[in-house]
Design a protein around this ligand. Structure first.
Ligand code: ADP
Ligand code: VHF
Length: 365
């Protein structure tokens, strides 16, 4: 059995676990998962949940006798979403927070930053974020389409170190175990290549979407960004007892890049800088020697064309020191430069937080 360590995980729970009979929400499998979440938080770890099940939970409320149209599924999701949230909430004595996202939200820079900031605050305040696709607005190209890939995006935006996909199968097998009972589980995957993709089939039940293919796509996105990914059987309570002891009764996909490295490379090389933020010597010292965020008090001059969420270069006396994602756009930053963070709300009428560039979103050059 492979072992692992983690600090912040996204846990994805599929429809087959939320609604095993495909009609309404059930507590059958969720109790063990909820216990795992609570015990992990008690160990000081952080959890974000990606939960499917809104369509399945709403299905019983809409009386149709043909395969549902997209609009009918959207209606089911709208009915089922609150049932699914209520089903989770009853297991916890901390707040559960609902986040409904689309592909568009995750690929629009400003929205992405807003999602990231919201997640950060929810975790700071010990709430449990529960993410699902916003099925009302998302069809076709707006949709992530399956919650495995949504969970991978969630792990990226939440800056998690681990993605745990809970399914109705014990992990990745060398062939679909539903079709061949002789299939053997693969415990550790070093790298996801074509041969690994060739093992994966589609969804196993009418409740599931995507099957092993989408789980592998999710694992590939995460492992390439330094996030280890697990597929475990969420129907088996002892799997979660073992996870609490750091043992994986499932498949572990190892990261193929270090997390810091993947993110630094992205910030450094992939993101185009849209502006310059010149800082004073105090801010330079805080950034270079103390690992601090950039606060408005240290900003001297601002130039370029950037909005909240865009990348900027941080300079001291014309020498680039760092690159990062600005929480404030050019106009806002011009208005708050040199001020204390506590003055931001008074000047702008709102605040995106006390930092101009948060340390998590900064890379030294
Ligand atoms: N190589 C494989 N290893 C394991 N499961 C596979 C494989 N190929 C296809 N599957 C199928 O994928 C299913 C899990 O995906 P899915 O039905 O979408 O569940 P979920 O609701 O958890 O997302 C399994 O029940 C299994 O039948
Ligand atoms: N948003 C949909 C997600 C459907 C989906 O991806 O389901 P699954 O393959 O079980 O993770 C729902 O909540 O029903």
């Amino acid at each position: 059995m492979a072992t692992f360590n983690w600090q912040r995980a996204v846990i994805k729970v599929g429809s087959a676990l939320i609604s095993p009979d495909g009609k309404q929400c059930s507590a059958r499998y969720l109790l063990a998962i909820a216990r795992f979440i609570t015990a992990s938080r008690e160990q000081g770890k952080e959890v974000v949940l990606v939960s499917s099940g809104s369509v399945a939970a709403g299905r019983a409320e809409i009386n149709i006798h043909h395969p549902p149209s997209i609009a009918e599924k959207q209606a089911m999701a709208a009915i089922g979403q609150s049932k699914m949230m209520a089903n989770w909430s009853r297991f916890f004595d901390f707040p559960c927070a609902q986040l409904l996202l689309t592909y568009d939200d995750l690929h629009n820079r400003t929205r992405y930053v807003n999602i990231k900031n919201t997640l950060r605050e929810l975790l700071n305040h010990a709430a449990l974020p529960i993410i699902n696709e916003n099925d009302t607005v998302a069809i076709n190209e707006l949709k992530v389409g399956d919650n495995d890939n949504l969970a991978a995006y969630a792990a990226l935006v939440a800056q998690a170190d681990t993605l745990i996909i809970c399914s109705d199968v014990d992990g990745l097998f060398d062939q679909d175990p539903r079709l061949n009972p002789q299939a053997k589980r693969l415990d550790v995957i070093e790298e996801i290549d074509e041969e690994i993709f060739a093992l994966a089939g589609g969804a196993g039940t009418k409740m599931g979407t995507g099957g092993m293919q989408t789980k592998l796509q999710a694992a590939q996105k995460c492992t390439q960004s330094g996030i280890q990914t697990l597929i475990v059987n969420g129907q088996k309570g002892d799997v979660f007892d073992q996870l609490l002891e750091g043992k994986i009764n499932g498949t572990l996909f190892k990261p193929v890049a270090s997390r810091d490295n993947a993110r630094s490379q992205w910030l450094k090389h992939t993101l185009k800088s849209n502006g310059k933020v010149s800082i004073d010597s105090g801010a330079r010292n805080a950034i270079l020697n103390k690992g601090a965020s950039l606060l408005p008090s240290g900003v001297v001059e601002v130039s370029g064309h950037f909005n909240s969420g865009d990348a900027v270069t941080i300079e001291y006396q014309n020498t680039p020191l760092a690159k990062g994602l600005a929480l404030y756009g050019l106009t806002d930053l011009n208005a708050i430069k040199g001020l204390r963070s506590s003055e931001i709300a008074g000047v702008l009428g709102y605040t995106f937080g006390e930092a101009v560039v948060h340390r998590d979103d900064m890379v030294l050059l």
